[in-house]
Ligand binder design. Structure first.
Ligand SMILES: Cc1cc2nc3c(=O)[nH]c(=O)nc-3n(C[C@H](O)[C@H](O)[C@H](O)COP(=O)(O)OP(=O)(O)OC[C@H]3O[C@@H](n4cnc5c(N)ncnc54)[C@H](O)[C@@H]3O)c2cc1C
Length: 415
């Protein structure tokens, strides 16, 4: 285990996340489950609060803290094909590295759209990516995991071993254990067609409505999203066959069409926003995307400086998993609606009333939330991520495996 303290070379990156930063007292970089267990014992002995960090991309700033211990899993970055389409990945690997390691084997795991996001955070939250409708969420492919529980116990969890904890690991966002290694069923994927189609900002309403009709008519092979960003409207789409993207290039007069057939790792992009930016971001699920939803989202994006909205298409394999099968219960929506304020934190307050008004307009029908795309975790947000029976079941698992709330610094720490 490598220990870093404030002032040590290499310490500073652990103060930062994709959201708020912090000033931890100690960083323990762990190379295996035994070291993670040691780090947890150290935290208990010294009364240090714990933050768990895999790829450091938490939008809510959860992978650092003030005055506590950061358990850094980045040394746990091995990717090992095990045969029979099964792969074992370390929680500290990035999804870009996983995709590159699997490509020579003709395999891919359905993950997110960003190469530098970590395995640990995305996997424990759910995992929505470009193979979502074809193959489902990342958690839907988890066969077993090696985890470290709050008391330092190292367990293998699967459908047969500790099924309650296995359920909670898939969507519970680190509720009751730290995942150190995950065994996932990969898919036979080599090349994919990926399209980025630009339209004028003025055509946004037509493009959003047209995109919705293509999304509804398409089979599970198409996973796509539409966004209104400052100055433009964009459609992004992935399919095994380039011809299937044609319908998305004629929603209005495109300003750019970039459709290419490339190896799967090439469609994962690295996110590198300006270092002082902290996006303010919220999402909710919609069973049906209506014209009123589209108009409300676009009115917000048009009237608010440096704001963006997007709609990610859901359904397909993701929605065929029963709601109670994992701790991610949102399996009946057509789309996810997202809105974000870009820029530095001091730029947000003036725009928050418009942001909150948008969600108030959507919220009668917009229910449920994805933990990964939230920059704040209010009580309402936590209740939306884990509603009703999911919440009750997570609380039960938490009582069993983390009664002292050692993992209070996770999204579910306030459950
Ligand atoms: C630029 C960007 C693009 C994104 N794109 C996508 C996307 O396409 N699809 C998608 O689904 N999500 C996406 N996300 C959201 C992403 O899944 C979450 O932010 C996720 O938490 C990041 O994982 P990480 O390991 O990098 O995070 P970290 O910041 O390291 O961890 C975040 C939190 O997750 C929990 N956690 C992390 N590792 C573990 C572990 N090993 N065991 C238990 N709990 C753990 C902890 O509570 C931790 O504090 C994106 C985020 C960003 C910033």
């Amino acid at each position: 285990m490598t220990l870093l303290r404030p002032g040590d070379p290499g310490f500073d990156p652990f103060r930062h996340t994709f959201g708020p930063g912090g000033s931890p007292a100690l960083v323990a970089s762990c190379a295996d489950a035994a070291e993670v267990a040691d780090a947890l014992r150290h935290a208990k002995a010294h009364g240090l609060r714990v933050a768990v960090r895999s790829g450091g991309h938490s939008l809510a700033g959860l992978s650092t803290n003030d005055g506590g211990l950061v358990i850094d899993l980045s040394p746990l970055d091995q990717v090992e094909p095990l045969g029979d389409d099964l792969v074992r990945v370390g929680a500290g690997a990035t999804w870009g590295a996983v995709s590159k390691a699997l490509a020579p084997h003709g395999l891919a795991v359905s993950s997110g759209d960003t190469s530098n996001v970590g395995v640990g955070g995305l996997l424990t939250g759910g995992g929505l990516g470009w193979l979502l409708r074809r193959h489902g969420l990342t958690i839907d492919h988890l066969v077993a995991a090696e985890v470290v529980t709050a008391d330092g116990g190292v367990l293998r969890v699967s459908a047969a071993d500790h099924p309650d904890l296995f359920w909670a690991v898939r969507g519970g966002a680190g509720t009751a254990a730290i995942v150190t290694r995950a065994e996932l069923r990969a898919h036979r994927v080599t090349e994919v067609a990926f399209g980025q189609i630009g339209y004028a900002a003025a055509d946004a309403e037509r493009v959003f409505k047209g995109w919705r009709e293509v999304h509804r008519a398409a089979g599970d092979g198409l996973t796509s999203a539409v966004a209104r960003v400052p100055g433009a409207t964009m459609v992004l789409a992935c399919h095994a066959d380039a011809g299937a993207l044609d319908a998305l290039t004629t929603l209005a007069e495109p300003t750019s069409v970039d459709v290419k057939v490339v190896p799967y790792p090439d469609i994962l992009e690295a996110a590198a926003p300006p270092p002082d930016w902290q996006p303010h971001m919220r999402n909710r699920f919609l069973r049906e995307l209506t014209d009123d939803h589209i108009r409300a989202m676009l009115a917000f994006a048009e009237a608010t400086p440096m704001a963006g909205v997007s709609v990610r298409g859901l359904g397909g394999a993701m929605n065929r998993v029963p709601a109670g099968a994992t701790a991610f219960p949102h399996r009946d929506s057509e789309v996810m609606a997202l809105a974000g304020l870009l820029g530095t934190p001091d730029q947000h307050p003036a725009r928050l009333p418009a942001f909150d008004a948008l969600w108030a307009a959507l919220e009668p029908e917009a229910t449920g939330a994805y933990v990964g795309f939230l920059s704040e975790l209010s009580q309402d947000d936590v209740a939306a991520i884990w509603p009703g029976a999911t919440r009750e079941r997570l609380i039960e698992v938490k009582r069993r495996y983390d009664p002292a709330n050692v993992f209070s610094g996770t999204a579910s720490g306030t459950l």
